[in-house]
Design a protein around this ligand. Sequence first.
Ligand SMILES: [Zn+2]
Length: 240
Amino acid sequence: MYSNPVSFNSTYKDVEASSVKGAILPIGSLEQHGANLPLDTDTIIASEIAREAASRLNLFLLPTIPLSCSAEHRGAKGTVYLRPETLTSVLKDIINSLREEGFKYLVVFSWHGGNFVLKPAVRYLNLDYSDFKIVLVSEQTYGDALRGIFETANDLHAGEQETSLLLHIKPDVVKGTAGSYEPSVEREMLDYLPMLKISPTGVWGDPSKADRVKGEKAFKAIVESIVKYVECMVETLNIS
Ligand SMILES: [Zn+2]
């Protein structure tokens, strides 16, 4: 096991005394995850994966942003979402704070797939600073590492993958198993209709295929992919 990273639980003296040069920002969401998983599913998953990655990479662990771009789940009571420009502004303020304090880079790790605004935001924020880099970690970074672990081909939301991860990380929050649902439309339909108008259960995938062992395997594979990717970026971009 790795030791606890320097984090938001540390004192500022601990952070000063540490050798951390970079920070990691987990981004979760507050959105419906069917009848079986809690609204803060993405926040729980993002927090635990980021904590492990921070230990491995010697990064300062920031608190998880608990709200993000979840408008596709609007109408499900308890869902609260930010507009893309709000999330970008928050990200910019976080970067400016860290930069002023001498940090050299920020790893942005979003578990919520609807935060695709992060891609252009990070690309353009990287133009603004010559002494600070922002490294984005998303589905593209770890997607390949999950091949062979899960059975469901079209697992998008609150299905086999997220249920398995929670069974590994925090099993007490999983409330039984919701029925499977595979919409007959593509993911792009979420540009036009909220999830609950497409999938009556709010699930897109098959949570009945979830288990703790798959969750543990996926958790390790995701952390490993993030560690490799960030190490590679730190070396390639010569961040130090
Ligand atoms: Zn989720």
